[in-house]
Design a protein around this ligand. Structure first.
Ligand SMILES: [Zn+2]
Length: 509
């Protein structure tokens, strides 16, 4: 007796189709599972036989061989339980129904209940693309799966319910998820932040071109207040971007059961004691890290020098590649991480270096070792670097109305629209991601602007990379200004954003 039942597996954010093949034959009763399964897969044997009995069925007194095909991909976790038990119940005669256009995903408990698993959304999307009509998932994951339209989703509570479904007491299919009108309401707004005109402008450019930004300033000057409001000026997510983020959250088991689709750009702010694994992803079955959970959104690192050096350095490559690959004995897993990195730091350990009102008590050596915790190559990855000073009392107490986030967002969105047209048909999404091969083609400078950049290059001794980044930021400044050519004022602005490293880091050893 033989049957093959559809199942789904997961590697990183990528789902793959699995056939759960089962054969029953005479011999010593027992279950063998082959096909590169891990411990959790092998342990399915115990869960399955107990769940079959708990559901009021008899375990067959036969030799059962299960093959999870294709056999060359490692299978991890307990998502195959439901497919295995369905195959068994079919061969056992408890289910007498054609299962050709069905697939099954879920963990089964000893008591026969069906428990939630991670990564149901990417698995559902794959199942649909494979032409599967009916997907059976744990009831707790059904709403998440229903984000994907065009496939029947059945949320299963127990093995008993599944048997009943095929014998005349069908489970009601999950109604497809309706995306709520993009509610662009934030509890925060730049209108609440007094002063900081230069910083706000810089943040607007960062948002407009997707640039990484570093803020340096004394404690309490408002750096985190400014950072936390970035999501309020970012353009709304497209549906595809939403799905990309939701897939990652689905794999991390972080889906909000009530609102399964992530519709707001993530803003993640891990504490400075976060390890490298927490930032870029890790674990035995590598889970996405903060950098991937911030995909299509913002990763904010406050108190940047307080992070472990190794953790900060681990961010460098993923920041360049916009994806992170984690290697394990079980194989390589890649997660996307297209993010805006925003960081904040004090200028010295006491925080008052350069202050007009307070005295810095740090020795030059202390300052240099503090700044040195942020390496040159990491510093280089911040396209925009600004100083955030304490706001003067007059500005704080002023009744002048500050510009609202919604106004800033309008300029960001129109600059993004220019970029969307510019990069149509390429993989580039914003100016920060312009590749070397087209840099000069899309960043056309006026003669005067070119001279200004040339001057700065000689005078400031810029590195090739700094030079590239100035061009990209100038491109964004010009886009916000709705200017096709990069003019001198745009290039000057971009150069201004690169002076911090010279001012503070020049003497580092
Ligand atoms: Zn100090």
């Amino acid at each position: 007796m033989f049957i093959s039942v559809g199942a789904m597996g997961l590697l990183g954010v990528n789902a793959f189709a699995v056939n759960c093949e089962m054969e029953m034959s005479k011999g010593l009763p027992g279950i063998d599972i082959i096909g590169l399964g891990d411990v959790a897969v092998k342990e399915a044997r115990g869960r399955i036989s107990s769940a079959v009995r708990s559901s009021g069925c008899k375990m067959p007194q036969l030799r059962i061989t299960i093959n999870l095909a294709p056999a060359d991909i490692k299978k991890t976790g307990s998502t195959y339980d439901l497919a295995i038990i369905t195959a068994l119940l079919f061969l056992n005669g408890n289910i007498a129904h054609n299962l050709d256009d069905c697939a099954f995903v879920g963990e089964v408990s000893l008591g026969g209940t069906v428990e939630p698993v991670s990564g149901v959304l990417p698995m559902t999307i794959l199942a649909r693309s494979k032409g599967i009509k009916n997907l059976f998932v744990p009831a707790a994951n059904a709403y998440e799966a229903s984000v994907c339209k065009g496939i029947n989703i059945y949320g299963v509570n127990s093995v008993r319910e599944l048997i009943d479904h095929f014998s005349g007491k069908p489970i009601t299919p999950q109604t497809p998820y309706e995306i709520p009108e993009a509610a662009y309401e934030f509890p925060l707004d730049y209108a609440d932040v007094k002063g900081h005109a230069v910083a706000k402008r810089a943040l607007e450019y960062a948002a407009a071109g997707g640039h990484n930004l570093l803020m340096l300033g004394p404690p309490g000057s408002g750096k985190s207040m400014l950072a936390k409001r970035i999501p309020t000026i970012l353009p709304p997510l497209s549906f595809d971007e939403s799905i990309e983020i939701t897939n990652i959250y689905s794999c991390a088991g972080l889906i909000d059961r009530k609102n399964p689709l992530v519709t707001v750009r993530p803003f993640r702010s891990p504490h400075h004691n976060a390890s490298a694994a927490a930032l870029i992803g890790g674990g035995n079955i590598p889970a996405p890290g903060e950098i991937s959970l911030s995909h299509n959104g913002v990763l904010f690192l406050d108190e940047l020098p307080e992070f472990q050096r190794i953790a900060l350095e681990s961010l460098r490559q993923p920041l360049e590649d916009h994806r992170v690959t984690i290697s394990r004995v079980s194989g390589k897993i890649t997660y996307p991480c297209s993010i805006m990195l925003i960081a904040a730091m004090n200028p010295c350990p006491c925080g008052h270096l350069g202050s007009k009102t307070k005295e810095c008590k740090c020795s030059p050596k202390q300052v240099s070792s503090y700044l040195g915790r942020v390496s040159g190559p990491l510093l280089d990855r911040f396209d925009i670097q600004i100083e955030v000073a304490e706001v003067e009392y007059e500005k704080l107490s002023s009744t002048k109305k500050e510009e609202a986030s919604s106004e800033m967002r309008k300029r960001v969105e129109s600059a993004r629209e220019i970029q969307r047209r510019r990069f149509e048909g390429t993989k580039i999404t914003c100016n920060a991601k312009i590749t070397d091969d087209i840099l000069r083609e899309v960043c056309v400078l006026s003669k005067e602007a070119d001279n200004t950049l040339h001057d700065a290059y000689d005078r400031m001794g810029l590195s090739g990379r700094a030079h590239e980044r100035i061009l990209k930021v100038a491109r964004t400044v010009a886009d916000v200004d709705n200017s096709e050519k990069i003019e001198t004022r745009h290039i000057k602005r971009a150069i201004q954003f690169r002076t911090l490293d010279r001012q503070y880091w020049q003497h580092r050893g």
